[in-house]
Write a protein that binds this ligand. Structure first.
Ligand code: NAD
Ligand code: S2G
Length: 333
């Protein structure tokens, strides 16, 4: 058996964490041979609820769990962390604009970035889930200057999974037959879900999704809007934001960072922009990436960007630049 790793989940008493922790504890993310300590952070008023979560983890009787550390203390939570799921923050409720979330949440990520910088391992993998995820990840990384910026990413995997599932439904095939959809940009309604490089396996042969669907109007309109507004649709239906699917996506994202992507597959992940595809530098922008085991990723290069795609990439980049400015102002005191 390998040495145990230390995995932090923030917002551990919340609804995403409730699904995520079980996946971690049973080996779905770091593998069936990787023991772990779960460091569970929440705020002081939630310590009672968190105690209940700890009881349930114990009662699951899962052998990979070597210990559970419930805490409201950042120095305890992030101590020697190997991986961190940054979930803790307020979700959007009906009637709230996503922009309201920036002022509510961004300072949490400044403070927790500082704690990661001080207490976590320097090779820690940090996945930001809490919204607005891209800009929170940018601020988290900014306040953790001793940790490489490439170790921080924000989650657009839920949008990626939604896009893949939506295309599979349209094509009447299983989700595993569709690959290489792309989410560009922000985890918000300006994101660009792009099917133009995706492929589908039909009768054992790989075919372009554009050719298989043969309906550009659908791909540039209904498909894009459905994926862009899926989170809002879930909130309207559940009166709470997505949780089971968000936890599944967080597990998928971290598993790919840990073990790498399969040959010929790429996934969407918001990472620090290096200017690829003429996206402004120094925003956390979702790109198609391939990943080597251990988390070193490469932004997929050379994809053709047509006029429609260019317009969509520019819209979402503009929103991220605005969010960055707002966040810098909010964090400046
Ligand atoms: N990136 C994505 O695809 C995606 C998808 C779904 C939800 N989200 C976001 O994830 C976040 C969490 O959603 P949820 O449904 O689990 O919310 P929730 O309200 O059920 O749980 C959030 C938890 O975070 C805790 N928390 C608040 N401030 C904290 C702090 N400073 N430190 C530690 N913990 C803190 C709360 O006490 C609560 O227990 C929200 O911001 C939501 O919008 C992102
Ligand atoms: O607040 C939103 O609009 C979305 C919530 C969540 O990030 C999701 O994508 O389900």
């Amino acid at each position: 058996m390998a040495e145990p790793i230390r995995v932090v989940v923030t917002g551990a008493a919340g609804q995403i964490a409730y699904s995520l922790i079980y996946q971690l504890a049973k080996g779905d993310v770091f593998g069936p041979n990787q023991p772990l300590y779960l460091h569970l952070l929440d705020i002081p008023p939630m310590m009672g609820v968190l105690e209940g979560v700890v009881m349930e983890i114990t009662d699951c009787a899962l052998p990979l769990v070597k210990g559970v550390v419930p805490t409201a203390d950042l120095s305890v939570a992030f101590k020697d962390a190997d991986a961190a799921f940054m979930v803790g923050s307020m979700p959007r409720k009906q009637g709230m604009e996503r922009k309201d979330l920036l002022s509510a949440n961004v300072k949490i990520f400044k403070e927790q970035g500082q704690a990661l910088d001080k207490y976590a391992k320097k090779n820690v993998k940090v996945l930001v889930v809490g919204n607005p995820a891209n800009t929170n990840a940018l601020m988290c990384s900014k306040y953790a200057p001793s940790i490489p910026r490439e170790n921080f990413s924000a989650m657009t995997r839920l949008d990626h999974n939604r896009a893949q599932a939506s295309l599979a439904q349209k094509l009447g095939v299983g989700v595993d037959k569709v690959r290489n959809v792309i989410i560009w940009g922000n985890h918000s309604s300006t994101q660009f879900p792009d099917a133009s490089h995706a492929t589908v396996e039909l009768n054992g042969t790989s075919k372009s999704v554009v050719e298989a669907i043969n309906d550009n109007a659908f791909l540039q309109d209904e498909f894009v809007k459905t994926v862009q507004t899926r989170g809002a649709a879930v909130i309207a239906a559940r009166k709470m934001s997505s949780a089971m699917s968000a936890a599944k996506a967080a597990g998928d994202h971290m598993r790919d960072l840990w073990f790498g992507t399969a040959p010929g597959h790429f996934v969407s992940m918001a990472v620090i922009s290096d200017g690829s595809y003429s996206v402004p530098k120094d925003i956390m922008f979702s790109f198609p990436v391939t990943i080597k085991p251990g988390g070193s990723y490469t932004i997929v290069q050379g994809l053709k960007i047509d006029d429609f795609s260019r317009k969509m990439l520019d819209i979402t980049a503009k929103e991220l630049l605005e969010e960055r400015n707002d966040a810098l102002e909010l964090c400046s005191d």
